[in-house]
Ligand binder design. Structure first.
Ligand SMILES: Nc1ncnc2c1ncn2[C@@H]1O[C@H](COP(=O)(O)OP(=O)(O)OP(=O)(O)O)[C@@H](O)[C@H]1O
Ligand SMILES: [Mg+2]
Length: 352
């Protein structure tokens, strides 16, 4: 028995003031207290054991967690590295696609440069003849005629400069198109850009495939405001959409030799106010075979193509999607029914 309780018990035993009954009651109470103390100390003991086990478990868990944290850290570093590699690969891919589309453009560019070059050549030849005339008139001292020829010569030279500049502009556009890295946004006349790329795409295709023919036109909204865009990026999107459209109509034309008139129409307009913001719409519409329902949600995926091997990378629409949405905060939508042709509409916010 607990020593203190024993002392109390002894004192009670020796005390003559208590009756036997009272003493018995006090013994019982002391016995009960002793029992309770035993239970409490047993419980305390158990709690102590639980505490120790929990502490051990906690330590193990902390160690495990630390190991897991390290593993996560390692995975993160590995992930970051793969992300960087992926980004580098993607940039490389975008650059290759740029170069490939430059290849698609060359025939069109050659055609477009030939035009101003013809003017330059013609006006230069005429001017050489005019100088001969000028010399003849100088010999006879006919100042009136000399002056008239000088006016003509000046006009010719102005035309030569004008067409020379046009050719430089085309070459400049070509260089911008092929430049790697992100271009700068600048207020751009999208009507002019659409016109340029529509003609480049058409003449490019014609140069590759002599039998190819299609009606094409630009329905330009004359009130279109200038929009802040990266012109060479939007140019690539347009080239892609227009090439897709020409490809689609030429495929349909091959299957329907008679009575089918391939047609590609590019139109521009201002979209109605939406969420406090105006946007410019560019639509590329063709009367080709249309896009089957079952592939409609795949066409924006990278590398998805239905073109024969070697003819398409399947990157056109996926890159266009990124340029329009991520690059310019716009949207790109497809409407197409099998047999009804396809309309792709891009919307670019006027202020972005
Ligand atoms: N105007 C269209 N008419 C019918 N199908 C289209 C049209 N535009 C796109 N598609 C479909 O979407 C697919 C993906 O187009 P995308 O421009 O991404 O790649 P691609 O044209 O096949 O290849 P690339 O652009 O590299 O030449 C095409 O292969 C075609 O099946
Ligand atoms: Mg394409």
């Amino acid at each position: 028995m607990n020593q203190h309780l024993q002392n109390i018990l002894n004192l009670i035993k020796q005390d003559h003031q208590f009756s036997d009954e009272q003493k018995n009651n006090l013994y019982d109470s002391i016995k009960k207290v002793e029992k309770e103390i035993e239970i409490i100390s047993f419980k305390l003991d158990r709690t102590e054991k639980v505490k120790r086990t929990t502490a051990i478990l906690l330590e193990e868990t902390i160690e495990e967690l630390e190991q897991k944290r390290k593993a996560v850290e390692e995975t993160n570093t590995a992930l970051e590295k793969s992300m960087e590699e992926l980004k580098a690969a993607q940039n490389q891919l975008i650059h290759s696609e740029k170069m490939a589309s430059l290849g698609e453009l060359t025939a069109g560019i050659a055609h477009e440069i030939q035009n101003p070059l013809n003017f330059v050549n013609n006006f230069s030849e005429v001017s050489v003849d005019l100088i001969d005339e000028l010399n003849e008139e100088a010999d006879t001292g006919n100042t009136e005629e000399i002056k008239a020829i000088a006016v003509d010569l000046k006009q010719n030279l102005e035309k030569i400069v004008h067409h020379g500049k046009r050719a430089s502009g085309i070459v400049k556009g070509m260089l911008e198109h092929s430049r790697a890295g992100s271009g700068e946004k600048t207020p751009t006349d999208l009507n002019a850009l659409a016109d340029e790329y529509l003609r480049l795409a058409y003449h490019g295709l014609r140069a590759k495939e002599k039998s190819f023919n299609a009606d094409f036109k630009l329905e330009a909204d004359p009130d279109l405001p200038k929009v802040n865009v990266v012109p060479q990026d939007i140019g690539r999107v347009l080239l892609n959409l227009i090439n897709n459209a020409f490809f689609a109509v030429s495929e349909k034309a091959k299957k329907n030799p008679d009575g089918y008139k391939p047609q590609v129409i590019v139109s521009t307009s201002i979209s109605p106010l939406e969420g406090g913001q105006r946007g410019v719409l560019i639509r590329v519409r063709d009367n080709g075979p249309g896009i089957p329902e079952e592939i409609k949600d795949k066409i924006f995926q990278p590398f998805f193509t239905t073109k024969p091997t070697g003819q398409g990378t399947g990157l056109g629409l996926s890159l266009s999607y990124d340029i329009i949405t991520k690059g310019h905060g716009g949207t790109i939508k497809v409407e197409s029914g099998t047999g009804e042709g396809t309309t792709i509409t891009i919307q670019i916010p006027v202020k972005n």
